[in-house]
Design a protein around this ligand. Structure first.
Ligand code: SAM
Length: 264
């Protein structure tokens, strides 16, 4: 990262700036894995998303697997102070994001084939199964709330226009804004887009893929600070290794996340 304006920001919030294959498509799912997955992010803090320049997602963007544009919500305001919030109707503490800038921002990026994600602690819990489903979409839009959240009419109105609208929580705690939550979803989804992770085999045995947590991993040296790698992993007996790993998955899931196991 260069410390300047993040490269992921595409400040032109018009459909004309989108590739034809995305803007002109009428299909809900990505028809062909050769096409980039389009991700639009609307936020009052575009700089949060400079992390999309690094690591696997940065490479995926460079190689054209993912096409990201970050839009500053304040570009869709019309007053001198670029106001995006106001006091809550009915009273109460905090501020609520006004619907007008959100409406205009969504007008600029939405098609009837878009999947729109509103991160919110009041949403359904985001899990791996959903990450897998979202990796199949051709256009994802993330709407990052701040303050007490976004005027609910924005979500209701978007439901009448988009292919799919999801209110997703990344966990039972409250963040200051939707940016980090959106990044969590983008990273979980992005790594499942074919081609993003070099060896797809490495995605198969991970935690949550088969309802269990992953077994513990070891590498060389076989002994480190008096601690040994379990001997079964060094014996070369693949059936024994698979059995040991499965047992470890069950034991770890039982101990750490018993609610993931089917009722006995
Ligand atoms: N007043 C809201 C409530 O109690 O449900 C919390 C608002 S929070 C301070 C501001 C924004 O952070 C939300 O609009 C949402 O975009 C984001 N956010 C906070 N916690 C989140 C979570 N657990 N999952 C997803 N988004 C979250």
């Amino acid at each position: 990262m260069d410390g300047g304006h993040p490269r992921v920001v595409d400040a032109t919030p018009t459909r004309r700036s989108q590739p034809r294959s995305w803007a002109d498509s009428r299909r809900p799912h990505r028809p062909n894995y050769a096409e980039a997955v389009r991700i639009d992010i609307v936020t009052i803090f575009p700089e949060f998303f400079s992390v999309l320049d690094v690591s696997l997602l940065g490479s995926a963007r460079k190689s054209g697997l993912i096409d990201v544009a970050v839009h500053d919500l304040r570009d869709f305001t019309h007053d001198r102070h670029r106001t995006v919030d106001d006091t809550p109707s009915g009273g109460g503490a905090g501020m609520v994001m006004r619907p007008e800038p959100w409406g205009e921002a969504l007008d600029a990026v939405l098609t009837d084939q878009s999947t729109v994600v509103f991160p919110t602690p009041a949403g359904r819990l985001f899990v791996q199964k959903q990450a897998r489903e979202l990796a199949d979409r051709e256009h994802l839009i993330f709407c990052c709330g701040r303050y007490e959240g976004i005027d609910q009419r924005v979500i209701e109105h978007t439901r009448t226009r988009a292919a799919e609208v999801l209110e997703l929580s990344i966990g039972d705690y409250v963040l200051n804004g939707g940016e980090v939550a959106a990044m969590v979803v983008i990273e979980a989804v992005g790594r499942l887009i074919p081609g993003v992770v070099g060896n797809p085999e490495s995605l198969v045995e991970e935690s949550h893929e088969d309802g269990l947590l992953e077994y513990p991993s070891y590498t060389k040296p076989a002994e480190w600070r008096g601690l040994e790698t379990p001997p079964v992993l060094l014996g070369g007996n693949h059936a024994a290794i698979a059995a040991w790993r499965h047992e470890q998955q069950l034991e770890r899931t039982r101990r750490v996340r018993p609610e993931l196991l089917p009722p006995a």
